[in-house]
Design a protein around this ligand. Structure first.
Ligand SMILES: Nc1nc2c(c(=O)[nH]1)N[C@H]1C(S)=C(S)[C@@H](COP(=O)(O)O)O[C@H]1N2
Ligand SMILES: [Mo]
Length: 317
């Protein structure tokens, strides 16, 4: 594990399933020879899922970006937002160990013919798990390049039948004060709810992620199931999802309620539309020093711009 997460691993190396397999064997042997406990501790076992946390046979997706250097695992697991665990960038890494990710169920309801509840371990068998390397961009100005493990949102639509009224879909995060201490404090209007228009959710780039860097999702990054929408600001990617609700009208999201003039429903990455308090023209990759220009739709314009044909993206920010 120490080797896997060295910041210098090339993406070509990380995406090769054979290399994964080889590494896994190597790790297993190493773990046996060193003693798994000491190996885990050396890497900060408190925020990890523990033993057996690696995925085998990942499908390497053609939708991955190959142009960018991966963000170090260490940066992605120690710097982030998960307000249920506190307001600071290091709060999730410090506090998310309290989250219990088994048993875990996800309820699908709203505009569906029959509401259903699925156990996470069944959801994990819905489709072959893919590795998707995506550029990510937080509205605060930091960005990352992450090898997610997941499957397309559209897999869900094979398991439920929508009514004719379903036009939007909401993603509800867990809001349990026993596990998530800051849910007692009104930092946001809990539960954390994000939402997409149905055609955005169906877009092949939209995925549910269950892991990253070939491993089970760290708790601070939204285990056991989170949303990833790479052309939108990071906050659209609700973590630790327990409910998915299809609705007819455009929903209010947690961030729209917190600041309606700062966070719009669409939240597409747009360097030309500044946040009310800061520019969105540039970004800084975690682990890097120099800033780079932010790209329209976070670099995914070719794939997604047509979803917004005819819309004024300054009004619909
Ligand atoms: N439930 C929940 N989901 C959340 C958040 C949160 O506070 N709570 N923060 C969002 C924000 S602002 C960002 S940038 C991303 C960060 O994800 P990462 O820690 O995996 O980078 O998670 C998003 N999902
Ligand atoms: Mo964010």
């Amino acid at each position: 594990m120490l080797i896997r997460h060295a910041p210098t691993i090339a993406s070509s190396e990380i995406t090769d399933p054979q290399v994964y397999a080889g590494r896994r064997d190597f790790m297993r042997n190493l773990a046996v020879s060193l003693g798994a406990a000491s190996l885990g501790l050396a890497h900060g076992a408190e925020s990890r899922e523990g033993q057996g946390s690696q995925f085998g046979n990942l499908v390497s997706s053609p939708l991955s970006t190959r142009d960018d250097k991966l963000t170090p695992y260490k940066s992605m697991t120690t710097y982030g937002n998960f307000y249920e665990f506190g307001p600071d960038k290091d709060s999730p890494a410090k506090n998310a160990h309290r989250l219990r990710t088994r048993p875990w169920t996800v309820t699908i309801d709203g505009e569906v013919k029959t509401p259903k509840t699925f156990a996470i371990d069944d959801i994990l068998k819905w489709a072959p798990l893919e590795e998707r390397i995506y550029r990510m961009r937080c509205v605060e100005g930091w960005s990352a390049v992450v090898p997610w493990v997941g499957f397309p949102f559209s897999e869900l639509l094979k398991r439920v039948e929508l009514t004719g009224n379903a036009r939007f879909v909401e993603f509800w995060s867990l809001a349990d004060p026993e596990q998530m201490p800051y849910v007692r404090i009104p930092l946001l209007d809990w539960p954390y709810i994000e939402a997409l228009r149905l055609d955005e959710a169906r877009h092949p780039l939209t995925i549910f992620a269950v892991g990253m860097y070939g491993e089970v999702m760290p708790k601070q990054n939204g285990a056991p199931l989170r949303l990833i929408v790479p052309w939108k600001y990071g906050f659209k990617g609700a973590k630790s999802i327990v409910r998915i609700r299809f609705v007819e009208k455009q929903p209010q999201t947690a961030w729209m309620k917190a600041g309606p003039d700062e966070y719009g429903f669409y939240s597409n990455v747009n360097p030309d539309v500044p946040h009310r308090r800061w520019s969105q023209a540039n970004e800084r990759r975690l682990g890097e020093f120099l800033k780079r220009k932010t790209l329209p739709f976070n670099g995914y314009a070719e794939q997604v711009a047509s979803l917004y044909a005819g819309m004024d993206l300054r009004k619909n920010f």
